[in-house]
Design a protein around this ligand. Structure first.
Ligand code: ADP
Length: 738
């Protein structure tokens, strides 16, 4: 639809009326919308998509609420046309504005997250589809018969029919021209099937039913509440929130629901689970989708047609017409923090969105984040506890192997007790998982002659050896190179030595120790896409693998009935490093991994190799005492006024020009306003100071919980203009300190 079509037919009569001003926001790094004149009689509600001149080009933007009279009308340009796409809902426009204020990123950058994959400007052309006709064609070859058998009442493209019947497209077209098939228009973005609300889920346990009742009460009252479903893996959390989805869909026939999950590899099985419950596949949303699948989901969500959406953190920014419930599964997962572009935490924004629009938000986890636990303790969130595993299986026995007492032999990584446990498992025909959260063969490559460490060019990041490909790879910058024969610093030949283990190196040791066992490695290198991850996990579930050596890809949400031993190769990994959530993350990851054992009939055990057997995290894990761990962690954070007991923000300055960077950092430090309850730390060099040729300095700003941190930062940053050679980024509530 363009302006001509939507214009009032009597538009001429309005020509004399003063032109109306509207604001338009463009999906560009702009902090505000710009004023335009509306074409006569064009209907331009806030949220409508328009094409308008901006600089030398015309680009697509969104009509923004409020109009100003800053510039005289003769200076304003006129909107070219309205785009035929459903306008963004008012609550989404508000949410975009709120997110920009909270994250301190430009309004237009947040809008860009919403519309970037829209492709609404050029809706795809209708395709031709074929259905069975009531004419029977005269000449019926076996090939044509195969096509007729593949065709039905639902239209399919010629290519689809040809593939199904294993014939060429020409056969399909020939059949159509002789009348055996009728040609119809086929929408390239077929609508999603409607969830079938007459289907019911499992009979719920008493705990589950109580939990559902709590959530449904909020749904039916149409009020916001954040509710944590807290229970170990297998306790039946998913079952509970799927009932909440059913209730929200039943209450409002146009309600849309977003289910966020952290791991793309899990979407395939999760989608089928939702499909099983509602008899209709939900709309998927993640980075691995094809462009066509993304467009379909975006358009159908924008029309309000897709009712249940399942996807990664950016699912939060789809153009819902009537969002009524958000579920954040594995709410503690670090994958919800987006570190590129607009920096945000999807769980926190989900809660904010629910609060703004008066609908419940459900968080689920076996190891909830300290932030969430404190919110529950202080009464801001509700909690539903699902104490035991639904399947009735017992939690594994967890014990530590002190590597100082039981060291691995030189050049090996598995201690004698862990190796013995794996051997025992092999003779009992039970499966083992060896967990190491480190990709590749060796995390560090060192010259034995001169001590040179192999790093990425213009970066302070280590190159990780990947022996499978015989390359050195940087996991931060993506740089990779063939492993050189000689040390680039001293030219010594054959002196570059791998230091420390990655999964590939542990696999090498396992193959040596257990040559007859079926051994597989699983990491994002060996399985680069969700499908291939799925294949390995399916093989594990079906018993085709005896020993799986894996990174955290294998830690989440999978069910392996015959897995009875989990060996954690390096339980200390993650405890090091000056990251305030390091211990918490270690606890979460290790409890998830150890929770993989003994999920079904057989009891399981977990053995953790460590050099720090006295660490509080590990002691709490062995004792299965989550509350003790959280209490210790909470006390530590409270003492330092770290989140959730205080607010934290990082300011990162980046530049290729070190002098400009230092100058900008000192200027910023000198301009820091005195704020009651605010402490500015830094500037300090980032732990990875050089990255891809840029140098990075960091400030850390700590504030009391009652301080409006954004207002403070806004006031501060406004005082100093950075030179264009220095980039300045704010990270509210940082998770990464690199
Ligand atoms: P979680 O989300 O806490 O990991 P799930 O909801 O996936 O747990 O439940 C674990 C397993 O138990 C699943 O196979 C699920 O279908 C089954 N389950 C959970 N609740 C019930 C129930 N009330 N009746 C039958 N099976 C259930």
């Amino acid at each position: 639809m363009n302006v001509k079509e939507i214009a009032n037919p009597r538009a001429k009569a309005f020509d004399e009326a003063p032109p109306r001003r509207v604001k338009v926001l463009f999906p560009l790094p702009l902090f505000k919308p710009y004023d335009y004149l509306a074409p006569p009689a064009a209907i331009l509600p806030p949220g409508a998509f328009v094409r308008a001149p901006f600089g030398p080009r015309e680009i697509i933007g969104v009509v923004w609420p409020g109009a100003s009279d800053e510039a005289p009308p003769e200076k304003l340009k006129t909107i070219a046309e309205r785009i035929d796409a459903p306008p963004l809902a008012g609550d989404l426009v508000d949410f975009i504005a709120w997110t920009a204020g909270y994250t301190m990123f430009p309004l237009g950058s947040v809008l860009r997250m919403v519309i970037r994959s829209g492709d609404f400007a050029s809706p795809p052309k209708m395709q031709s589809g074929y259905v069975l006709s009531d004419v029977s064609p005269r000449r019926l070859t076996p090939q044509r018969q195969a096509v007729l058998a593949a065709a039905g009442a639902a239209p399919r493209t010629a290519a689809d029919l040809a593939a199904r019947a294993q014939v060429s497209d020409a056969v399909v077209r020939g059949l159509a021209s002789s009348g055996g098939l009728s040609k119809v228009d086929l929408d390239p973005d077929p609508p999603f099937d409607a969830p079938d609300l007459s289907r019911s889920g499992h009979m719920l346990s008493e705990d589950q039913a109580d939990g559902v009742a709590v959530i449904v009460q909020h749904i039916n009252r149409g009020v916001h509440r954040t509710i944590l479903i807290d229970g170990v893996t297998g306790a039946g959390k998913t079952e509970v929130y799927l009932e909440a989805v059913a209730a929200a869909l039943a209450k409002d026939p146009t309600a849309q629901i977003a289910i966020l999950i952290p791991e793309i590899a899990l979407t395939v099985s999760f989608l089928s689970r939702v499909e099983e419950r509602f008899g209709a596949a939900p709309a998927p949303w993640h980075s691995e989708l094809t462009a066509a699948a993304r467009r379909r989901t975006w358009r159908r969500v924008a029309e309000g047609q897709a009712r249940i959406v399942v996807g990664a953190r950016s699912t939060l920014f789809l153009p819902y017409q009537n969002l009524k419930l958000i579920i954040v599964d594995e709410e503690h997962d670090g994958a919800y923090k987006q570190e590129d572009g607009v920096i945000y935490h999807a769980r926190d924004l989900a809660v904010a969105r629910g609060a703004q629009n008066e609908f419940p938000v459900i968080l689920a986890s076996a190891t909830p984040s300290l932030e969430t636990v404190v919110n529950v303790d202080e009464g801001r969130y509700d909690a539903i506890g699902l104490p035991s595993r639904f399947s009735g299986a017992t939690l594994p026995d967890i014990s530590l192997i002190d590597m100082r007492a039981d060291p691995a032999e030189s050049g090996r990584w598995l201690s004698p007790p862990l190796a013995a446990a794996v051997s025992e498992n092999l003779s009992a025909s039970e499966q083992s998982l060896l967990f190491l959260n480190r990709r590749g063969y060796a995390p560090l490559t060192l010259c034995r002659r001169c001590g040179h460490k192999m790093t990425a060019p213009n970066s302070d990041t280590m190159l990780v050896e990947h022996r499978f490909e015989n390359r050195l790879v940087c996991h931060h910058t993506g740089f990779s190179m063939p492993k050189p024969l000689a040390c680039p610093a001293c030219n010594a030949v054959d002196a570059l030595a791998p230091c420390g283990p990655g999964v590939e190196r542990v696999a090498e040791e396992a193959r040596m120790r257990w040559p007859d066992a079926a051994i597989s490695v699983l990491s994002s290198d060996t399985a680069p896409n969700p499908r291939s991850v799925r294949d390995v996990l399916d093989a594990m579930r079906d018993g085709a693998i005896d020993i799986l050596i894996a990174t955290q890809v294998a830690a989440k949400g999978h069910h392996f009935p015959n897995l009875t031993l989990v060996g954690v190769v390096d339980a200390d990994l993650g405890l090091a490093g000056g990251d305030l959530r390091a211990a918490e993350r270690t606890y979460q990851l290790l409890s998830q991994v150890t929770g993989r054992a003994g999920r079904a009939e057989k009891p399981g055990r977990a053995l953790l190799q460590t050099y720090q057997s006295e660490a509080a995290v590990l002691k709490a894990l062995v004792a299965g005492d989550r509350d003790a761990f959280l209490a210790a962690e909470a006390a530590g954070r409270r003492a330092l006024s770290f989140p959730p007991y205080g607010r934290l923000a990082a300011i990162i300055l980046r530049s290729r020009d070190e002098t400009a960077l230092d100058r900008a950092a000192s200027a910023l430090r000198d301009a820091a306003p005195n704020g009651d309850g605010v402490e500015v730390l830094g500037p300090a060099r980032a732990p990875i100071y050089r990255l891809r040729g840029e140098m990075r300095m960091r400030f850390l700003v700590k504030a009391r919980r009652d301080v409006n941190l954004q207002a403070y930062l806004h006031d501060w940053l406004r005082r100093v203009k950075s030179p264009s050679s220095v980039r300045r980024v704010v990270d509210i509530n940082p998770y990464s300190f690199l």
